[in-house]
Design a protein around this ligand. Structure first.
Ligand SMILES: CCCCC/C=C\C/C=C\C/C=C\C/C=C\CCCC(=O)SCCNC(=O)CCNC(=O)[C@H](O)C(C)(C)COP(=O)(O)OP(=O)(O)OC[C@H]1O[C@@H](n2cnc3c(N)ncnc32)[C@H](O)[C@@H]1OP(=O)(O)O
Length: 395
């Protein structure tokens, strides 16, 4: 049976250690989540739940991990555990194993561990670099933040800093701090941790839909449509068979393990323009994405770090150059709703490289020429250091 819970100020609505009997949604009033008394939890701040916040069902634990105490007269709607399946719609982050579903939903899937704490993984099927891919940290952290925000509010900006290179072989814990819940805006801070160390932080701001002033000064460059262009895999295939490349290079490239990225990209310029500090390409998610704007924003956030800061290295590319490059920070402004499984044009420019840092700006347009997002990033860009034990090349 569905039910309601009415509580007076000071009443316990949930007690730590008691079984979770359902999902509680606050319809009226305020409640406080109080930190448990045990040592490990003692440093967690208390926080306040407001109208439409919820607790209970949905965490991995069958017992409440915290106390929830009414701060005012409180009315909660209770959805008992047996109706929990109603909360598992064919939507964001349910990682359904259906073949037509995009791998990206699986990559962005997070396990809820506790209130506002989630666990994410680096999947072997996804793109792998020597450290956890920056876009994965941004996408998963944004997914964690989005799960704690009233679903009427959508992310409109995020700012991320990469502190420490993440380990691909270890889960990542995302802890969300509810910085503010206003009536129009909400702010979340997310810390991503491995081995107890903060490796990444994100601040994201969410806003309820609003009607206001409108203009767009940015004009989409005149580029060929994606249907006329080659994707990354086709470019690679061509390079493997192009007789203009040395046989040794082609054999080496063919032996390299190659996993197609979950993002399809089509480049608007040919390799002759690779020295320009700019790049235009179309991209879209591979496979079907659930119809959930929050998911689509996480997917483009993920994709936005794949081929981005490398553009600041373009003017410096030369034969034999080995580079060491890492995203340092990343900001995104979402201007309009985005459809990540439809083509978006990523227009990237690098106005400056200086002091070991490359700066890039990005704009994303939909096929109708609407400016959907603006982005900036700074990355560490260095020549790769020769490692001690590695023999230096003999001339
Ligand atoms: C036609 C058009 C075609 C277009 C192109 C087509 C195809 C392209 C195909 C493929 C492209 C492929 C890949 C691109 C895709 C994706 C890019 C993804 C980007 C990322 O996903 S990026 C991950 C996120 N971002 C982070 O994860 C940063 C976390 N943050 C930190 O990591 C620290 O915050 C740091 C390091 C910034 C400051 O830390 P710090 O203050 O301690 O800095 P420090 O300088 O001391 O370096 C410390 C240690 O870094 C190593 N190190 C430094 N410099 C080095 C060098 N030059 N060579 C070798 N190793 C070096 C050494 O290990 C050194 O340690 P040691 O000195 O002891 O050796």
């Amino acid at each position: 049976m569905l039910g309601f819970c009415l509580a007076e100020p000071g009443d316990y609505v949930a007690r730590e250690g008691e079984p979770v009997d359902g999902l509680y949604i606050i319809l009226d009033g305020q409640a406080e989540v109080s930190a448990s008394a045990n040592a490990e939890e003692a440093n967690r701040p208390d926080y306040v739940l407001n109208k439409y916040d919820y607790f209970g069902y949905g965490t991995n634990s069958s017992d409440h991990q915290v106390n929830v105490v009414a701060l005012s007269k409180l009315t909660c709607f209770i959805l008992p555990n047996q109706y929990g399946y109603l909360l598992q719609p064919k939507t964001i982050w349910n990682a359904e194993e259906t073949p037509e579903h995009s791998l990206l939903e699986k990559i962005l899937h997070l396990e809820p561990l506790e209130v506002d704490i989630f666990r994410g993984f680096t999947l072997p099927e996804g793109p792998m670099f020597r450290q956890v891919f920056g876009g994965q940290l941004i996408g998963q952290a944004l997914a964690a933040a989005s799960k704690t925000v009233d679903c009427l509010k959508m992310v409109h900006s995020l700012h991320a800093i990469f502190l420490v290179a993440g380990d691909n072989n270890m889960p990542i814990i995302y802890q969300v701090h509810r910085a503010r819940d206003g009536s129009s805006f909400a702010t979340r801070k997310v810390e991503a941790k491995q081995k107890g160390l903060v490796i990444f932080t994100l601040i994201a701001s969410f806003q309820k839909e609003e009607v206001g002033f409108e203009h767009q000064a940015a004009i989409m460059p005149d580029v060929p449509p994606p249907e006329q262009l080659l994707n990354l895999e086709e470019i690679r295939e061509r390079r493997l068979t192009d007789p203009r490349f040395p046989t040794q290079y082609r054999n080496l490239a063919a032996k390299k393990k190659f996993t197609p990225w979950p993002i399809e990209m089509r480049f608007c310029e040919d390799s002759a323009s690779q020295h320009k500090p700019s790049l235009n390409y179309w991209f879209r998610a591979r496979g079907k994405l659930s119809d959930d704007q929050a998911l689509h924003r996480c997917v483009v956030a993920y994709a936005s770090d794949l081929l981005y800061s490398g553009v600041s290295l373009n003017p410096h590319r030369e034969k034999g150059l080995k580079t060491y490059s890492l995203s340092l920070d990343h900001s995104i402004w979402f201007h309009k709703p985005v459809k990540a499984d439809d083509w978006l044009l990523y227009v990237i420019e690098s106005p400056s490289a200086h002091g070991g840092r490359g700066f890039v700006t990005g704009r994303m347009f939909n096929r109708q020429g609407e400016l959907i997002m603006s982005l900036t990033q700074e990355a560490l860009i260095r020549r790769e250091k020769t490692r001690g034990p590695n023999p230096r090349p003999k001339l």
